[in-house]
Design a protein around this ligand. Sequence first.
Ligand code: NAD
Length: 297
Amino acid sequence: MTAPDAKTIGFIGLGIMGTPMAAHLVTAGHRVSGYDVNPEAVEKLVAAGGRAASSAADAVQGADVVIMMLPDHPHVESVVFGAGGVLEAAKPGTLLVDMSTIRPETSIEIAKAAQDREIGVLDAPVSGGEAGAKQAALSIMVGGDEADFAAAKPLFEVVGKTIVHVGPHGAGQVVKAANQLVVGGIYGLVGEAIVLMEGCGVDARTGLDVLAGGLAANRILDLKRESMVARQFEPGFRIDLHHKDMGIALAAARQADVSLPMTGLVAQLVAATRAMGHGSLDHSALLKVTEQLSGRA
Ligand code: NAD
């Protein structure tokens, strides 16, 4: 059913995160036209009640809001700046919300370019993983103008629970980079805890149950300890994408003239996991590198 305040939304990028997010927007009564280079992904949106767009331009045509959920900055740049892309196809007054995780400078560049065309822009990356997307419980960190944030907030509330305007264009991406270095570090340490316990002949599943109730408790232990102990690494969030995010964090640190030694170490472990051929596995597969380093793989 169409809601009285229904928006026409062009949704570009219907992968692990985009598909459930777009489906929630349909359920909330919005008219969603989805586009993805992978036709199977578009079919999933159609099954959820959305409309299949044949191109990015088709998805953007007549949209009040355009949402992107793409892998990295080159995909975002081609969809925004390319021939028939968002800047060419969107009408003035459209709001462009990029929920992908990309480097902050691209978000700033897009906002500048869109200004001339009277298109508002927000960078609004998310945290919470596939489970958060499916349960409409994402954390959303938003960079951009206050008025655009206020306009987009009802849509954010459809897909997320913690929604915060963190600063100007690019600030959302900086906060997301901070999020990713913490998440990467926790995965690395949970992996080390498992390798230590197993190496000492202690049952890791039982041990992690205790950790999850004490000071070491965290969301990753809650959501992933079972699958990590069972060595189930189906994504979720791919190592390839986390590798990209560690690069964003280190580049931002370099630009800000700050030193992040632990982030550097975690970035190398993620790079090693990828170099070992595990780029398409879930980021919990960081455990595999620790096992390899200990001769236990
Ligand atoms: P994904 O690879 O599953 O989905 C990306 C989709 O974009 C794919 O379906 C791909 O076909 C499509 N695509 C690529 N280029 C395109 C183009 N030019 N036009 C249209 N579609 C195109 O990735 P994902 O896991 O859904 O992640 C998307 C973004 O969200 C990434 O930036 C990621 O870092 C971020 N993110 C992911 C998670 C997670 O747990 N998976 C959590 C938080 C944030």
